[in-house]
Design a protein around this ligand. Structure first.
Ligand code: NAI
Ligand SMILES: O=C(O)C(=O)[C@H](O)COP(=O)(O)O
Length: 378
């Protein structure tokens, strides 16, 4: 029997991994080398740094991270030690895209701009960036993409062109090495080029924006409108930033129930392949039923639909209230508590949409989110 150590915040960890061995659930943030010693398989989230310090001397042979980002894994060490690893690439891309749409919908003037020929600038053209571009273009928006490693075809822009956009959304991985490190990509000088006619969203990693420079920029005149999901030094974030950003959330853009379960299943499947075991399918049907008035404009339909399933303002309110109530001695515990106790949020993708007629706008929406459009009048 394998000894499997899993972060307690990986949904269905016990159910999915018990067929392979004994599953022990642990607190990923405080996980230390002593706990890992007897484990064969380690399943983590982004809060656990997986490197030589954690694994040296252990018998871990497989590391799974139920996340898209992998800046918490020392891949050079894992490869050098012949420890297999698996990620949940793409599992939560839809969740992040719906978060970004909710952020835009929470700022109606920016939503209107994007539907009136304004531009959405996307940094990073991986799973999230591609899906965001797919949805935005399907809705008729004008899009530019900066990703120095990937060909984004007709959407290709240089970084400054993207930073001139009405809405800028960051979706690159966090790196401090290589030809194009993304650490502090939004440096003081780049933040200085932004103005109050722009919305900046960071649901990538905190370190992509220099948070000290951001605080300084947001205290100057003509500051951009900022939505922050990811912060430098989580969970002990720069708290002075909170009052000056427009929306503050605790790194939950990827926290749809669907996205998290997809991530768990991806790891289960990767471990099963490694062990050459069969697995059964996990069906994750979207049973959400939504209603929409077919007379609404496309912009209003998007806004109604997105806010129907997810109100980013509620996350922002919970964040500010938890911070206000936080014990100053507790470090970032309030931030992790918000994440651990995150309410169930479903995705729009694949839901059923009831309307009183089939209009072009509704067909367009149905195509974007693979909705099952049901015409109540027929
Ligand atoms: N807030 C949240 O809950 C979540 C955050 N994330 C973060 O978002 C990132 C993107 O997610 P995915 O698209 O799934 O990852 P991905 O690995 O599919 O794509 C990352 C993209 O970033 C690009 N990139 C790397 N350096 C860059 C640079 N300097 N400038 C512009 N682009 C650069 C890569 O070429 C790649 O196309 C993840 O690495 C993760 O850190 C992902 C999911 C949830
Ligand atoms: O997938 C990623 O990358 C993320 O940022 C995760 O959604 C973050 O969740 P945790 O792994 O920190 O629970």
């Amino acid at each position: 029997m394998l000894n499997i150590l899993a972060d307690q915040n990986i949904p269905l960890a016990s159910e999915l991994f018990t067929p392979f061995g004994n599953v022990t659930l642990v607190d990923g943030r405080s996980l230390g080398a002593a706990q890992v010693q007897g484990a064969d398989v380690l399943l983590v989230r982004s809060v656990t740094r997986v490197d030589e310090c954690l694994l040296s001397g252990s018998k871990v042979q497989f590391v799974g991270s139920a996340t898209a980002g992998y800046d918490h894994l020392d891949l050079t060490y894992l490869q050098g030690s012949k420890i297999l690893y698996a990620l949940a690439s793409g599992a939560n891309a839809e969740s992040v895209v719906e978060y970004v749409l909710a952020a835009i919908c929470s700022q109606p003037s920016f939503l209107e701009k994007l539907f009136a020929g304004g531009k959405l600038g996307v940094v990073g053209y991986g799973h999230v960036g591609r899906r965001l571009v797919e949805v935005a273009t399907c809705l008729g928006m004008n899009v530019g993409v900066y990703d120095p490693y990937v060909d984004s075809g007709a959407y290709t822009n240089d970084l400054q062109q993207v930073l001139n956009s009405d809405v800028i959304s960051l979706h690159c991985e966090l790196t401090d090495h290589g030809r194009f490190p993304s650490k502090h990509l939004l440096s003081k000088s780049r933040l200085d080029t932004l103005g109050n006619h722009q919305l900046l969203i960071n649901a990538a990693r905190g370190g992509v924006i220099d948070n000290v420079a951001l605080l300084d920029r947001l205290q100057q005149p003509n500051a951009p409108v900022v939505v922050l999901d990811c912060w430098e030094n989580e969970p002990s974030i720069h708290q002075q930033l909170v009052p000056v950003v427009t929306i503050a959330t605790p790194h939950i853009a990827g926290y749809s129930y669907d996205g998290k379960v997809r991530g768990s299943v991806m790891l289960r499947d990767a471990l099963a392949r490694h062990l050459a075991c069969q697995t059964s399918d996990v069906l994750l049907a979207n049973d959400l039923c939504l209603n929409l008035d077919s007379r609404l404009s496309l912009a209003m339909s998007v806004s109604n639909l997105v806010t129907n399933i997810y109100r980013i303002e509620s996350d922002d309110a919970r964040f500010r209230s938890a911070l206000a109530d936080a014990d100053s001695e507790s470090g970032g515990r309030w931030f992790d508590d918000l994440r651990r106790n995150y309410p169930t949020r479903r995705e729009l993708l694949g839901a059923r949409l009831f309307a009183d007629a089939r209009t072009d706008s509704l067909n367009q929406l149905a195509q974007c989110f693979k909705l099952q459009l049901i015409d109540r009048s027929s």
